[in-house]
Design a protein around this ligand. Sequence first.
Ligand code: SAM
Length: 372
Amino acid sequence: MNIKSILQKDNFTRDDIIRLLIADDPVDIELIREKAEQALLYKCGSKVFYRGLVEFSNNCVCDCHYCGIRKSNSAVKRFMLSKEEIISAARWCAEQGYGSVVLQSGERHDAAFVDFVEEVIKEIKSATVSQKLPKGAGVTLSIGEQSPQVYERFFKAGAHRYLLRVESSSPQLFSSIHPPSQSLEKRTGCLSALKRIGFQVGTGVMIGLPGQTAENLADDILFFKKMDVDMIGMGPYIVHRDTPMNVYTDYFNINRDKIYHTSLLMIAVCRLVLKDVNIASTTALQALRDDGREMGLRYGANIIMPQTTPVNVRRDYLLYENKPFLDESSEELRKQLDLRILSLGRETALDDWGDSKHFSTEIKWQNAEIKD
Ligand code: SAM
């Protein structure tokens, strides 16, 4: 079946998804992009939602083989922002009209860390209440695997979205990039717990992992569907020199273009399969191409996470080589982004949490089921 015929279907088989992901004819790729853009506009509208990204600490107890801030990387200067610094960044985001913030850090499970995050969430919520944001800024967390009890505390404190990538839904690939102490099963359990508690849940994978196939990526998309997630945050895998996966530097350089194009196709195919979820156009795309994030929006993404981490610590949160926006102020970055989004004919949503349409649809379904 040719690409045009596949794109006419409402539901795609695994084989259809694989076929879309390996498209390499520019005409076919443009057909996929156009269809994904149409699906985005029809299901979610043209607005782009900003989430101010605050990378508040690079302390991490994990040793993921790919990650620049892994525990064993002794070249990293470790930092933890103060409560005041995080709140001031969140307040700045709310004043700019960014309806939401994302608090991201390395993983820690100790009581002091959990108490700290809980307090920060509460203070951000009260510090950002305004006429425009009567319930304060939306708070998304991205701080790794925690117990259901801890997730519950964060939810009660006011966080309402959580991002936890599975990195790969293939147990073999997952094991090849993590130490034996980490498992796909545990991560999937965390996603289920987050959903049960009431979070809008986001997950995602890295694209271009050594050994990863189009079949793996198709299974990742089917995994997102099975888990009924509300948000997708995925991007290219990019080598970091101080990690055990630096042996793949040549592999990465040779496959750089393919990884970039496959990342865009993953966004488009996720949009076509998952329809009304929020999809982020991630910073890692821009590490590969200067206009990478705009291209992500053109392929069906509707979320951008502008960098709002204080400039003095950004270089210490290097997950991968060539991470962009290390020196520009948050103000400059905002101006650049606004212009780039306008140039695409899209508009930025202001003072709006920008919840996933999928989540509200889910809630409506649940309520309808209860009434029945
Ligand atoms: N500790 C939290 C967690 O693991 O979910 C959040 C921080 S973690 C550094 C955020 C994401 O960075 C990971 O989910 C991973 O996909 C991404 N990441 C880390 N190293 C990367 C690399 N070399 N290339 C691309 N993405 C990377």
